[in-house]
Design a protein. Structure first.
Length: 336
């Protein structure tokens, strides 16, 4: 029998709902504070192995908690933010505080499937890869901001100094991003298994190092995800809105999930369609069916990701002939 504890994660603190005395306590979001809290739990619970921490991985603020649970062999259930938000609404919660969130997360134990409860496993190589990807994302946001500011500066007739300085910053960030890609590839190369997986993903003609690294990191983070779950993680799952005969909206993707991955991979589709004959044929087939350009590109992106996931799972390289044999399955994905 499990003993559940709800934890609301923020940048500097953890709000914890303890069901034994139905109270909420606040501790620092650091290893030392977690250590003190764990000692108190040992006094309150005869069997600490029965404990299950329920929490949301808010940005990167949940990393310390996850590492601590892995070190102390504490069972966890990591909640999808959209699921917790929907659950809170179903309870009629109007308040949005750390205390109420911690209690709400505890209440979610009623819905948790037993097989989803597990002790986190920390792979140092994967963690370092996560840090590199996270920093790349940070730099990407900065680059986009500088590019947007440059366009505004040009429109406003800004001085040559301002325009030149913005260009220098964009160049600097691009150089840093390239260095991160090199470091990530070097890290992957030190692990035979990771290198094999990376080679399988990038065996798809048109898939470059950046997309290969992002997809490898995604698949490593969600090792048990199936095709539908991978699609949903990237916000590429279709949403159908129909009710009776009067409501029938156009099917669209949810856009929930990992926006950064979706954006970077989407821009690579243009290159993939250009250099990969099989995916180019697939894209042209969609256009022949009068699909909108963006719809066709998203369909190709979804197919590319699922193809990469299959290669990753099966440890095989890309086979153009097999792609052609799976054409009917691809068309089903589009219809969805």
């Amino acid at each position: 029998m499990y003993n559940f504890i709800g934890i609301d994660v923020s940048k500097s603190t953890l709000q914890i709902y303890a069901p034994k005395d139905k109270s909420s306590i606040e501790i620092g979001n650091d290893k030392k504070s977690l250590g003190k809290f764990y000692k108190e739990l040992k006094k309150s619970y005869e069997n600490v192995n029965s404990l299950v921490f329920i929490y949301e991985p808010t940005a990167n603020y949940g990393v310390t908690l996850t590492k601590f649970c892995a070190e102390k062999s504490i069972h966890t259930y990591v909640v999808n933010p959209y699921l917790s938000s929907s659950f809170a609404k179903s309870l009629g919660n109007r308040n949005k505080t750390d205390i109420s969130d911690a209690q709400m997360l505890f209440d979610m134990h009623k819905l948790i499937p037993q097989e989803k409860i597990a002790i986190p496993v920390i792979n140092p190589t994967v963690e370092l890869l996560r840090e590199l990807v996270s920093y790349y994302r940070f730099l990407q946001k900065q680059k986009v901001a500088f590019k947007n500011h440059y366009e505004a500066a040009v429109a406003n007739g800004s001085s040559r100094y301002i325009l030149g300085d913005i260009k220098k910053n964009i160049t600097r960030i691009q150089k840093q991003q390239q260095e991160l890609i090199i470091k990530a590839k070097s890290l992957i190369g030190k692990d035979t298994s990771l290198q094999e997986s990376f080679d399988c993903i990038t065996s798809i003609k048109g898939v470059g190092d950046l997309v290969g690294i992002l997809l490898l990191h995604l698949f490593l983070n969600y090792p048990n995800a199936n095709r539908q779950q991978i699609t949903a993680l990237l916000g590429l799952d279709p949403i159908v809105v129909e009710s009776g005969t009067s409501v029938k909206k156009r099917t669209r993707i949810s856009k929930r999930g990992l926006k950064m991955y979706r954006g970077l991979i989407f821009y690579s589709i243009l290159s993939t369609v250009r250099f990969n004959e099989e995916l180019k044929s697939y894209y042209e087939h969609l256009k022949d069916r009068k699909k909108h350009t963006t719809t066709a590109q998203i369909a190709v992106m979804r197919k590319l990701i699922l193809l990469a996931h299959s290669l990753y799972k099966n440890k095989t390289c890309y086979n153009p002939e097999q792609f052609k044999n799976n054409r009917k399955e691809s068309q089903k994905d589009v219809a969805a």
